[in-house]
Design a protein around this ligand. Structure first.
Ligand code: HXC
Length: 258
């Protein structure tokens, strides 16, 4: 599919989605969100793709939902169209791993989009925030929910109530991002992580994503049971036999996704 607001590049097993609205700091209007979801869904359906990366420009991953687009909307407009409900549901259904590679501003919906990915790699210049309070509103795509689970209540309240930005260093310390790298190395690092994942058994990567995400939805004992059952199921795969045989034979495994 041809896209207007994102650039999609599939190289080897990695689908890179670059948000491309330079005149608006990559603000997320409905078209961008629809296109990102479509590209991820196409990646899920494409046998060749094993991992996706969402990124922006050096200056902005995404500076939030598009304020111009939202400014004239009434309660009835946003409630009856369930504003951001559709992309939220579509993002949650993506089964293959998605990495957010964040440089510059990841604010409001931009921070929320990054948090909806499976993990975040940040450039040293990245800035995260939920500044919706400055617009007289609040987060609407996970900023009060996912951020709280990542960084705890105190920091989440601070970010959401004051609208202040968090540096990459603070975000790593708080557990929001998994790694911080120099800006010039961001894509190399993200591609390296994606390649590493692409080398693994595909079924195991899907199972891990599903199981980690389950931890947000259930009690510890139910989550542990879910994990154990999925773990058991992996013994039905040829990749489990191959992975363990390769270890014992001191060689690299040749996973065949079977
Ligand atoms: C629409 C935006 C935008 C946004 C920036 N722009 N952010 N347009 N929606 N979220 C536009 C500006 O209007 C400007 O357009 C151009 O991008 C460059 O921005 P500047 O402000 O001139 O750049 P700078 O001074 O460097 O400041 C960068 C910034 C600032 C700190 C990121 O732009 C900013 O505060 N943006 C808004 C951040 C925000 O409030 N995000 C939350 C949005 S609400 P022109 O035409 O003037 O050049 C939200 C709700 C989430 O996300 C709900 C679920 C998705």
């Amino acid at each position: 599919m041809a896209f207007e607001t994102i650039i999609v590049d599939i190289d080897d097993h990695v689908c890179t989605i670059k948000i491309n609205r330079p005149d608006a700091m990559n603000a997320l209007n409905q078209v961008v969100l629809h296109e990102i979801c479509t590209a991820l869904e196409e990646g899920d359906a494409n046998e060749k793709v094993r991992v996706s990366i969402i990124t922006g420009s050096e200056k902005a991953f995404a500076a939030g939902a598009d304020i111009k687009e939202m400014s004239e909307q009434s309660f009835v407009d946003v409630a009856s169209s369930d504003l951001f409900g559709a992309p939220h549901r579509r993002l949650q259904k993506i089964r293959k791993p998605v990495i957010a590679a964040v440089s510059g501003y990841a604010l409001g919906g931009g921070c929320e989009l990054a948090m909806a990915c499976d993990f975040i790699i940040a450039a040293e210049n990245a800035k995260f925030g939920q500044p919706e309070i400055n617009l007289g509103v609040m987060a609407g795509l996970g900023g009060t929910q996912r951020l709280t689970r990542f960084v705890g209540k105190s920091k989440s309240m601070d970010m959401n109530l004051t609208g202040r930005f968090m540096t990459a260093e603070e975000a790593e310390r708080a557990g929001l991002v998994s790694r911080v790298v120099p800006a010039k190395k961001l894509m190399e690092e993200a591609q390296g992580a994606a390649q590493k994942i692409a080398e693994k058994s595909k079924f195991a990567t899907l199972a891990i994503k599903e199981s980690v995400n389950r931890s947000y939805e259930t009690t510890l004992s139910e989550g542990l049971l879910f994990e154990r059952r999925v773990f058991h199921s992996l013994f039905a795969t040829e990749d489990q036999k191959e992975g363990m045989a390769a270890f014992l034979e001191k060689r690299e495994p040749q996973f065949r996704d079977k």
